[in-house]
Ligand binder design. Structure first.
Ligand SMILES: CC(C)(COP(=O)(O)OP(=O)(O)OC[C@H]1O[C@@H](n2cnc3c(N)ncnc32)[C@H](O)[C@@H]1OP(=O)(O)O)[C@@H](O)C(=O)NCCC(=O)NCCS
Length: 238
């Protein structure tokens, strides 16, 4: 058995010509299709950060890092889980609000997610996002902690669904994770057996929640070990 090493970089969104210069043609095409400046900036920052993090880890120039995505459902190369096919690293990325996050692991498929706490405060969140047992647990959470609790449930779940590659093709109400006051873990899955998943919460300032998951496909990861680094440093390129 091994320890599943995960390197996480969390950064504030920035959009500069130097960072855009790291994107490939597909990413630049996607950028053209986005109209809201905030969406454009999140795409630039997240993809540049992933390239810079992989370059630093693997001793490469960021311009030489090739990223691709492949949808496990329809096979399209236009969407789906991001991958670095030439490198010995599993990768994942996410963005929300003013933050982007990327995760790299040599050990096993990884999934990472960040969310603005208040984004999970809409009416009906529990009905479309939480397992029936989680809905009961949420009812016991004091109102002042409710946004934090909802967002923590959500990122644990979405990180898991990104690590397995299912994303929202699996109904999140059929997936159960531990409540926010407990150590993160996957408790229920729509089919048996559940995938072997190791989860960790991430440190994030402000009103955000973030989590990372490792999908132990080969049944050889005993525990997850997360190194969380400052992604803002990496994004400071000229
Ligand atoms: C994964 C998903 C939950 C993330 O949604 P989100 O909250 O809007 O976005 P986030 O910022 O948290 O994450 C976005 C990143 O998730 C990753 N992602 C997309 N699909 C993924 C999947 N199936 N598994 C793992 N990661 C995935 C991508 O890297 C994406 O960023 P990129 O496109 O810029 O590379 C959502 O995109 C999803 O469910 N996608 C799959 C839907 C699907 O497969 N439909 C069938 C289409 S044929």
């Amino acid at each position: 058995m091994i320890t599943g090493d995960v390197e996480v970089h969390l950064a504030h969104v920035v959009d500069t010509p130097a960072l855009r210069g790291l994107l490939d043609d597909d990413e630049l095409r996607r950028l053209d299709g986005l109209h809201r400046p905030a969406d454009r900036a999140r795409l630039v920052a997240s993809h540049a950060l992933l390239r810079l993090a992989l370059a630093a880890r693997c001793g490469l120039d960021a311009l030489d890092v090739v990223l691709e995505r492949r949808c496990p459902t329809c096979g399209s190369a236009e969407h789906g889980k991001v991958a670095a096919p030439d490198l010995d690293q599993h990768v994942s990325l996410g963005h929300a609000g003013d933050l982007v996050v990327v995760a790299l692991s040599p050990s096993a498929p990884v999934g990472v997610d960040v969310e603005v706490e208040s984004a999970c405060g809409f009416e009906g969140f529990a009905a479309v996002s939480l397992h029936p047992v989680e809905v009961e647990e949420l009812a016991e959470v004091p109102e002042r902690d409710a946004d934090w609790a909802r967002a923590t449930w959500w990122v644990r779940k979405e990180a898991t669904l990104k690590a397995t590659g299912h994303g929202m093709t699996i109904d999140p109400t059929t997936v159960r994770v531990t409540p926010p006051t407990e150590e993160p873990a996957l408790l229920a899955w729509p089919e048996s057996p559940s995938p072997a998943v190791h989860l960790a919460d991430l440190r994030v300032a402000g009103s955000y929640a973030a989590a990372v998951a490792l999908h132990d496909v080969d049944d050889r990861v005993a525990a997850i070990d997360v190194t969380q680094l400052d992604g803002d440093e990496l994004l400071r390129v000229d």
